[in-house]
Design a binder for this molecule. Structure first.
Ligand code: FES
Length: 85
């Protein structure tokens, strides 16, 4: 099970974290990955000036906007879940 954490601390919230969460939710539903991925909100990943901040497994990504989520999903989430490079 892969865990995706989206920071919903105040700084990331103001930088669109809720839209990032919505986009992750849409993609998880689209790819029917509810049993493979856990999506969580997280309070502050200590990159407040660089948000929105997302952690996928052990990797941290900063400056994530709604429009970045699709690429992040294709390049990080799907390979991590299915073990493809
Ligand atoms: S508020 Fe998001 S990293 Fe601190």
């Amino acid at each position: 099970m892969l865990t995706i954490q989206v920071c919903v601390g105040s700084s990331c919230f103001l930088r669109g974290a809720m839209n990032v969460i919505t986009e992750f939710e849409n993609l998880i539903a689209h790819y029917k990955m509810d049993d493979l991925v856990v999506l969580k909100g997280n309070f502050c990943l200590e990159r407040c000036n660089e948000g929105a901040t997302v952690r996928i497994g052990d990797k941290i990504f900063t400056g994530i906007r709604c429009e970045d989520v699709s690429d992040l999903f294709d390049n990080e989430v799907i390979p991590a879940v299915y073990g493809v490079k």
